[in-house]
Design a protein. Sequence first.
Length: 103
Amino acid sequence: MGGGDGHVLAEHRGNTEGVDVRDAQGAGLTLAEIRSVLEIRDSGQAPCGQVTRLIGQRLGDIEQRMAELRQTRTALRELARRAAVTDPDTCSEGEICTILTRP
């Protein structure tokens, strides 16, 4: 392992050989999760079950976030549609912007 990740895993007493920390982080695993995988490996057990669980959890998190982002995109598109047909000169100062109010 090279780069700046060595000091972050300094608490881990074993080595990180064979584990690409950057790839694991790029897949959304936290340093604590990577450390837990290393600890399982260093105890003489295969960490594949833990890795599989972590990947499944992260994938579930991403799927949920993507669904939330799709909903946000839909809402923003509707607001953009309203904004495109709203004449700012017809808005009064005392009211909330009509773009943000439901018709």
